[in-house]
Design a protein. Structure first.
Length: 278
């Protein structure tokens, strides 16, 4: 019988234990007992929020904490503490509550989720170990603030061109700056799951070096080289796999450069005919 020793970090062990009792506490909040507001309650509370009722604002925020919880699950692969992400997400939620306009005929959750995600991503960028130049970071933050302002005003995501026009910077520079401050992503991070096998980042990354067509070409090349005699195969290996000149090959196998040239041409002709099926 083979015994496998599994070593868990304190954070992983704590997460497993809390899941076993169906209770997860974040920042002292028992997330299994978060309130769930009905649509009528949300509308009534938000009307009071707009009238300046601070107690109603607090109740409305508590009633939407499940949005923060659902968002931070997307950042499970992050090394950041879940409590910290929850707090940052709550900041985004509060900003959403303060800027939401129901007259736009958009659901609060539709408006709030991008705000929460944006707040968490900004936090992760600011605490990233990857250093980015100040000019790039400033450009990226201008673009982010312009995007958030556009969402507050129009209740929809802007295009890159609209962001570029807003801050007066070329579209290409905006894209480059935003890419530069993106947090690193693990190749093993799941990007989609429908209850069955998950789709990971590495499944969507193209491997140019080990593509199937390259593998087939290598097999064909090996088969073509098998048509050569030992000397021709050796010359082709030295010339095209080790990068030696004809003079270097001639010195190594003790023949003239002219002979190397003739043997090489003949070998390439044989390989070409095989690959073309002649």
């Amino acid at each position: 019988m083979i015994r496998v020793r599994i070593i868990l970090s304190r954070k992983q062990l704590r997460r497993i234990l809390t899941m076993m009792v169906n209770k997860v506490e974040l920042c002292g909040v028992n997330t299994s007992k978060l309130p769930l507001l009905k649509e009528e309650e949300k509308e009534e509370l938000f009307a009071r929020v707009q009238a300046g009722d601070q107690e109603a604002r607090e109740q409305y925020i508590k009633g939407n904490l499940r949005l923060v919880l659902s968002v931070i699950k997307r950042f499970d692969s992050s090394s950041e503490n879940a409590d910290d992400l929850f707090q940052i997400g709550c900041v985004g939620l509060m900003k959403a509550v303060d800027h939401f306009d129901p007259a736009r005929m958009v659901k609060f959750s539709t408006y709030a989720v991008p705000m929460i995600i944006g707040e968490i991503r900004r936090y992760l960028r600011d605490n990233s170990s990857i250093r980015v130049s100040r000019s790039l970071r400033d450009t990226a933050y201008k673009a982010i603030y312009a995007k958030e302002g556009y969402i507050r005003q129009h209740m929809k995501e802007p295009t890159v061109q609209e962001i570029a026009d807003e801050i007066g910077i070329a579209k290409e520079d905006v894209v480059f700056a935003l890419d530069a401050i993106q947090a690193p992503v693990s190749l093993h991070e799941p990007v989609y799951s429908d209850g069955g096998d998950a789709l990971y980042v590495m499944d969507q990354v193209s491997d140019k070096k080990n593509k199937e067509e390259n593998w087939v070409e290598e097999l064909s090349l090996e088969a073509a080289m098998e048509r050569l005699n030992e000397r021709e195969r050796y010359i082709i290996t030295l010339r095209f796999f080790e990068g030696k000149t004809q003079m270097e090959v001639a010195e190594q196998i003790n023949i003239s450069q002219a002979q190397v040239s003739r043997l090489e041409k003949n070998a390439l002709k044989i390989m070409r005919q095989y690959l073309l099926g002649r």
